[in-house]
Design a protein around this ligand. Structure first.
Ligand SMILES: O=P(O)(O)O[C@H]1O[C@H](CO)[C@@H](O)[C@H]1O
Ligand SMILES: O=c1cc[nH]c(=O)[nH]1
Length: 289
């Protein structure tokens, strides 16, 4: 079956609609970052950058690092952008743009997020590196797909009950990381955690500046929840959607975050740029091993 032009949208030059990439521009290892400015901060360590393009918040460089071909792409902020980025990355790898048909032989990409996050556990301080073993999605993206095989609904139901979850918000979903990537990236100094992804930085992460929250105890309740002996550790805005869509599409994904905020103690990183740099170097070292 050939995909209609309204479904697989391609630009006049044959590149995919939002990312502006052609299949030959994509490496099988992909680093995603939220901030477009972070792409350059990563690829300045590369041996060479063979291709650069940007459209909207999606800035992409493809090149080699210590001989390994890697694409680095910014997703912008939020899980809605992840729906676009993951679907278009998969299309680049697994759909023939000439015939508009799904390829017989599928490619599994390695997708590593290098992101920033806030801890909700006091003992995970600012400047820690945290690997998301598991993700809880409050963003709802997964619920638009057939997700029965990958959503840990026992965990989601227990969490919804513990939180007395307001039924006008999206129901939580729970998806794990790729275990092979996790074992490659783990080092003793890295915290392993469960990352909760939400659709905003303020109210959806329990921050109140001038507005009253629907549930002022949300972060306390998230922080005290335990499932099979493990706690929810941190909040950010992309990991769950990356894990969910990667798993559905047959890609391997791992989210690595530097903790910039410690919410229980009210602290924020004094030099966030330096903190992000530490995570970049840590991840590049793991990719080169
Ligand atoms: O630093 P990035 O990768 O953008 O990640 C975090 O920072 C942004 C919010 O400040 C959100 O995108 C959140 O997930
Ligand atoms: O608290 C934080 C810090 C960084 N990014 C987030 O999404 N939340």
């Amino acid at each position: 079956m050939s995909l209609e032009s309204s479904e697989l949208v391609l630009n006049a030059d044959g590149s995919v609609y939002h990312l502006n990439l052609k299949p030959e521009h994509l490496a099988e290892t992909v680093i995603t970052v939220g901030d477009p400015g972070r792409v350059d901060k990563i690829t300045r360590y590369f041996d060479e950058v063979e291709f650069k393009i940007q459209k909207r918040e999606f800035h992409t460089h493809t090149g080699t690092y210590k001989g390994k071909r890697i694409t680095v792409i910014s997703t912008g902020i939020g899980p809605d952008n992840i729906d676009i980025v993951l679907n278009e990355l998969d299309a680049l790898a697994n759909i023939d743009f000439e015939t508009r048909q799904i390829k017989d032989k599928l490619t599994s990409l390695e997708i590593i997020r290098i992101g920033t996050s806030g801890s909700i556990q006091e003992e995970i301080p600012v400047d820690s590196i945290l690997m998301s073993e598991n993700s809880v999605g409050f963003d709802g993206v997964l619920h638009f797909y057939d997700s029965k095989d990958i959503d840990n609904t026992r965990y989601a139901d227990a969490l919804a009950e513990h939180m007395n979850w307001y039924n006008k918000k999206s129901y939580p979903y729970v998806v794990s990381c790729d275990e092979d990537l996790a074992s490659k990236f783990h080092k003793p100094e890295v915290f392993k955690g469960t990352t909760a992804t939400n659709i905003g930085f303020y109210g959806p992460q329990g921050r109140a500046l001038r507005l009253q929250l629907q549930d002022e105890k949300m972060n306390d309740k998230l922080g005290s929840f335990e499932f099979e002996g493990k706690k929810i550790t941190n909040l950010e805005m992309e990991t769950s959607a990356i894990y969910a869509l990667s798993k559905l599409l047959g890609h391997k994904a791992l989210s690595m975050n530097i903790i910039l905020a410690n919410r229980p103690s009210g602290k924020f990183a004094s030099a966030p740029g330096k903190s992000v740099e530490k995570l970049i170097q840590f991840c590049l070292d793991r990719l080169a091993e």
